[in-house]
Each structure stands twice: as C-alpha cells, then as structure tokens.
Design a protein around this ligand. Structure first.
Ligand code: G6P
Length: 479
C-alpha cells in the first residue's frame, strides 16, 4: 500500500481539486520544476489557501510519478497520482469528453463510455482516501469541480466527522440535458454527500435541487434537500471572483505600464486594439468572434491600418479530439483572414497559441481598448473580471456574452448573444465608437462590483455558510 507509507498532514481546512496549484513539468534535460497550473480555479483558490494554512490535495499534472507531500508558497500540497490510462479515461475521457460538453449546454456532443465511468469512480475514490488520510478530526473539506463529484459521498462514508463543502466551477445544466447521463443518479448522490453544494448562479442550484427531487426522490424546499436520515444539504449560488486588488496593483505597476505601451507599439500603434484571452476551448466562441471581427474589416467598418484583434488561446486538453479539431479550425481561419485582409506588417488578427504569466496578461488588458469575451456557455469567466480590475483609468469596453455567468453581475458590459454574428458585429462597433463618458460610466459600475465582490469575499461567504449551517445543525441535534 503506497498510501500508508507516505507522510500525511492533519489539516483543519483542506481543498480537494483535480489539479494542484502547480504543475510538475519535466524539462528536456530531465530536470523537473513546478509551474502555476492553468485555469480559473487555481487563481481563485491559491490566495485563500495561503491565508488559511490549509492543505491542498490534487493531481500534479503529469502521469506515473508518485510525489510525497511538500510545501509550496505557503500551502501544504498532497499529490494524487494518475496512471496514463487514468489520464486518458478519467481526465480526458469522462471529465472532459463527457461531463464538460454535457454541462456546457451540449455545445459539443458528449461521449458516454462505460469504461470511462469506471475510471471516474476509481480516481474519485483515490482523492477521497487522500482527503480522509490528511484531515484532522472535525476538519472542513472543500471539494472542487466536476472532476470530483463523487468525492463528497465517498469522504462522508470514511469520515462522518468532517464538514464537507462542494463547489462547481462550471455550469450545472437543466434537467432535460443532465438526464442524458447514464450515471445521473450516482452523480447526484455523490454531491449529496456534501453539507453545502455551491454553484456559480442560482439557476444552477435550482437545476440541482429539482433533479434531486425528480431523480433521487428526496424531499426539497427552496435551497434545502432533506435526506431520509435527517441530514440536510443546502444548494446555493456563490459567484466566484478574482484577486481584484492584486490585479489592479499589477496593472498599475511600472513594468506593466511599460510593457503595455510596448505591446501597442509592436502592433503598429493602431487606434483600437481588440483582445480575446481564452483557454482554447470550443465553449469559448473564439471562432465565431474572429469571424465577426473579420467581417467588420471586409465590410469596411474597420481598417487593418488602425484596428487589430489580438487573440490569445491557451493550449488546453490537446489530445482530446474536439480540442484538436478546434485548434485546426482556428489555425485555418486565422490564416485565411490574415491572407485575405492583412497587409504587410498589418495582420488583421494577431494570434498567439500559448500561455503567459500574470504580468503579461495584465499588460495585455491595459493595452486593449475592447475586450471581447463571447463564450457560448461559461460558468463564470474570470477573464472578464480581470479586464475590469485592470482598467483603473475607468476606460475600455467589455463585450460580454449573456451566456457567461459573469453577465449576471457585469450588467453594464456590452452584452451579446454569441450565436448572433450580426448582433456581435453591431455591438463590437457600438463598443468601439462609444464616447469616453459612456465607457467610464459603465466601467465605474463594473469596477465597483468586482472590487466589492472579490475572491476572498467568495471564499469567506462559502466557508461561513458551511460553518453556520453546522452550528445550526449541532444546536438541533444536541440541545
Ligand atoms: C476550468 C475548470 C477547472 C480546470 C480548468 C483548466 O476552469 O473549471 O476545473 O482546472 O478549466 O482545465 P484543465 O483541464 O487543464 O484542468
């Protein structure tokens, strides 16, 4: 038993997430290093965990190697290993080729494969075992995201003393779509192992409660599920956010200011810079957005001499078919657009398929006049909030899909339906032509929202709600 010989910690607060906040990277010369891992989850939780001296249980981002627990940047990290086969079946398969498209409105067709489900169960059990081994008596465990939906129930079986929270970072679909899942009941029961199940939006929480009533048959009232054993589970919305102050500080720093000016210069000092920053994912609507922009140039509404679209696409899930196809489609589209519409030294689209450190992102946000965030479906979208955080001059326009969770809070953005290309074109032009006064009015309101509701607020609201319900429960059962 390798797990019984490895060191354990006895933490009072544990995060259990598919990824550790750092990825293990093996260099060409065989040496290894740890790098910040991708995605919104890590950037959201790392600051919270540093403050709480908790432990973080997760996968180190490569396969095969067993790594002992270690400390990184003030957080105790407990690695959970995945084999090559589990990487293919649990991570690429069930998590990202079944659940991901199913939970994002079937933007792509999900694959339902029984051996992937088996792997999902096995790996979820491994995470639950690791959490059980590293939690102090009565500890709080916060399980994260769609890759680990069975962990709450598995963990409760092992450790009924724990307080268990679960948070879903992606959308939770309506019953009509979720019900396609052959293992729908097991997933719902897995989540019901938690005391509190958090979602981005209240609509998602309602979808969940309704499904629990319909498919599992438990009694429910508003945000509460009543289990036959007397336990209650609450389902509520906690819209996630960013380290707003940290981003603003970075954006205000001199190196970032210098770099932002340099970026504009290198783009040929166009009067308008449009910007898209996304993981290269089919939910993000990158293809439709670039087409809309290219049509504006072809129509003569914009000119490559003074407008450019910078699209950063961060490599993601590169062996999954749908992602591979998307990459080829976008490569071809960008090539065609620049071939047809660009001039020497003036591409219409400046396309970067790579990931950048936070400093470079902040510089890009500072350099961009119009930020274009147009996913077909997105749990929240932190890029939209990061842009707002970086615009401390209260200028710049945010074009935002109504199907991003962020649209619920950022009402003053230029909202678009990403399926409506003409509508997107019109709104991008409206944002481009807007008066500074109009822009600052909108940006000021959005900045207020993002400043008041930062990631620390998100985490403390969730954790307070989890603790509060426990106190109430203790009072009821032990008068
Ligand atoms: C989204 C998910 C995260 C995930 C991230 C990056 O933000 O909600 O759980 O970690 O994408 O995707 P990856 O598959 O590389 O972990």
């Amino acid at each position: 038993e390798p797990s019984s010989t490895s060191t354990t910690v006895a933490a009072d607060l544990l995060v259990v997430a598919n990824r550790l906040p750092v990825d293990r990277v093996v260099n060409d010369d065989g040496s290894t290093e740890w790098r910040a891992s991708p995605g919104g989850l890590v950037s959201a939780l790392a600051p919270v965990m540093r403050k709480n001296e908790g432990a973080w249980i997760g996968w180190p981002g490569d396969t095969g190697t067993e790594v002992e627990p270690f400390e990184n940047d003030g957080i105790a990290l407990v690695p959970v290993a995945l084999s090559d086969q589990e990487y293919a079946e649990f991570y690429e398969g069930f998590s990202n080729d079944t659940l991901w498209p199913l939970y994002h409105d079937l933007v792509a067709k999900p694959s339902f494969r029984r051996e992937w489900w088996d792997s999902y169960v096995t790996v979820n059990q491994r995470f639950a075992d690791a959490a059980a081994a590293n939690a102090a008596e009565g500890a709080t465990v916060w399980v994260q995201d769609y890759q680990l939906q069975l962990v709450p129930q598995m963990l409760r079986e092992l450790r009924p003393d724990l307080r268990i929270g679960f948070y879903l970072h992606i959308p939770f679909p309506p019953a009509e779509l979720f019900s396609q899942l052959p293992w729908r009941r097991q997933v719902l029961e897995g989540l019901l192992g938690a005391d509190l199940v958090g979602f981005q939006l209240s609509g998602a929480a309602q979808n969940f409660v309704r499904l629990v009533r319909q498919r599992v048959g438990h009694k429910t009232h508003r945000d509460t599920v009543y289990l036959p054993d007397g336990r209650v589970v609450r389902a509520r919305a906690f819209p996630i956010s960013i380290d707003t102050e940290g981003f603003e500080e970075l954006a205000r720093s001199e190196p970032v200011e210098t770099r932002a000016a340099e970026i504009r210069r290198e783009l040929g000092n166009p009067s308008t810079v449009f910007l898209g920053i996304d993981r290269l994912d089919y939910t993000k609507g990158i293809y439709a957005r670039l087409r809309a922009f290219s049509e504006l140039i072809a129509d003569g509404e914009l000119d490559v001499e003074d407008a450019v679209f910078v699209q950063v696409a961060t490599p993601s899930r590169e062996r999954v078919d749908q992602y591979r196809r998307l990459r080829d489609d976008i490569d071809r589209l960008v090539g065609r657009i620049n071939g047809d519409l660009g001039r020497i030294g003036r591409p219409a689209i400046s396309y970067l398929h790579s990931s950048f450190p936070r400093e470079e992102m902040a510089a890009l946000y500072r350099a961009a006049d119009v930020m274009v965030v147009t996913p077909f479906r997105d749990g929240m979208n932190l890029v939209a909030k990061e842009y707002v955080a970086c615009r401390f001059h209260e200028d710049g326009a945010l074009v935002l899909s109504e199907f991003a969770g962020a649209a619920d809070e950022l009402r003053q953005a230029y909202l678009v339906n990403p399926y409506d290309i003409n509508g997107m074109k019109a709104t991008m032009m409206q944002a481009h032509r807007a008066e500074p006064k109009e822009l600052s009015k909108r940006m000021r309101a959005m900045r207020k929202t993002v400043t008041e509701n930062d990631v620390a607020h998100w985490a403390s609201t969730f954790l307070d709600s989890l603790a509060l319900d426990r106190d109430a429960h203790d009072k009821q059962t032990r008068p």
